[in-house]
Design a protein around this ligand. Sequence first.
Ligand SMILES: [Zn+2]
Length: 152
Amino acid sequence: MRDHPVLIDVNGEPRLFVFPDWMTGGDCTGKTKKNQRCRNVAWDQGQVAGYETVFVGDRMVEVYGPLPAAVGWRHYSQRCHLHHTPDAQAYCDPEWVPFDLERHHDLTSDPTLFAIPGLQLLPPLRPFGLALRAHFSPAERQQLAGILTEGL
Ligand SMILES: [Zn+2]
């Protein structure tokens, strides 16, 4: 069980959610014929998207996704392969929560030059990155990063 931010496309707009068990999207929220909660995992077909780094304010968040619409719906509704149809009854609400910068601060990291997409291929910038961290504010670092990644 591990919380993880997942980027889901909701009607063409990517939105960030935190799932209690991101590997499977949580347990199914469907109701069985015996009136109990389904014990299947919501998603069991392996990785279908890549990992992205997104900025939320001045923080970096490593996310899984964005997920394609059909897969996103399965995560979003937290349903297994048996209970993902609209006529399947719900046993409970999904357990994900919308990503919140304050609540999920531990899932974020400070932006550093060597964590910015595209810059990993350059020679190590650690001393430079550490100097930047020590001497510039997060807003200044982000501005610098923007300048350095222009045109990548
Ligand atoms: Zn189910």
